[in-house]
Design a protein. Sequence first.
Length: 339
Amino acid sequence: ADEPLVLGIETSCDETGIGIVRGTTLLADAVASSVDEHARYGGVVPEVASRAHLEAMVPTVHRALKDAGVAMSDIDAIAVTSGPGLAGALLVGVAAAKGYAMALDKPVYGVNHLAAHVCVDQLEHGRLPEPCMALLVSGGHSSLLLVPDVTSDVRPLGATIDDAAGEAFDKVARVLGLGFPGGPLIDRRAREGDPDAIAFPRGLSGPRDAAYDFSFSGLKTAVARWVEARGRDGKPVPVADVAASFQEAVVDVLTRKAIRACRENDVDHLLVGGGVAANSRLRAMAAERCAAAGITLRVPRPGLCTDNGAMVAALGAEMVRRDRAPSTLGIPADSSMPV
Ligand code: KG4
Ligand code: ZN
């Protein structure tokens, strides 16, 4: 019980997340999402997200404290996502964190959103093995990260050169008329489809292509063209087969590159995180391919993969444990913060 009680604040996109942890023990994970307000636009609207964060902040903090059974005065440190993300959305979380830290006279840690997606797994599977490889796939990012130290040394090996994986899921779902956010809807429809029905392109998988970068915009366009051609021919679109074949193309490239990155960097633990890590096919294929390659796979449960405050609190607790210097009250809201 000597471990620090840390409150984490996440507002980089459309989720107002407040998490409370003690060390690696999760005590509360309250999330207020504005996703329904964005659904009719087919994507996240920054202005709408910022306003929703403002409205949700204080009630969500109170809900987290109640869930954890602690008082605000018990909190030892505050952690907040400093970037990357939507500038206006980040600003709301950073301002709240500074306010709470000042009022409580406690240290505040500005943390990187991607590092927090990695660190969250500690809450489920215990201390992170380091170095490990992390494949982070969400609506905003698709990155391969080598992680020698999650609090201070996270090295990007590759990233998407166009759309993020989740963005591709969302756009293809729109083409198929499935709704937003598209990832879970495609995942569900794909279960009744044949993943080998249509041979969609695997972006950047040639021998001379950047080894650890991803590209999903060509795939998205290929799906849209295929669906349009069916329409012109007056044939019905086999939604389940398109969903399954598209999903297979994404998951194939992600897992292949992640495992190659492990091998080429002598790392034997792979962590998969971010909203797309909730994908059932990605979890299954990663498990199969890791087992074949002798790599230990760690994937947090879906609720911890999507944006939440617990991941920020988890990284904040780790910063305290490793005696990292707290931030000053000048923490930036840095929309393009590098890892
Ligand atoms: O990490 P997250 O909650 O927010 C971002 O930082 O973007 O990820 C949201 C993304 C969305 O694009 C959503 O469609 C995708 O994750 N997603 C999925 C699944 N569940 C969520 N993609 C594929 N399969 C899923 N089951
Ligand atoms: Zn995220």
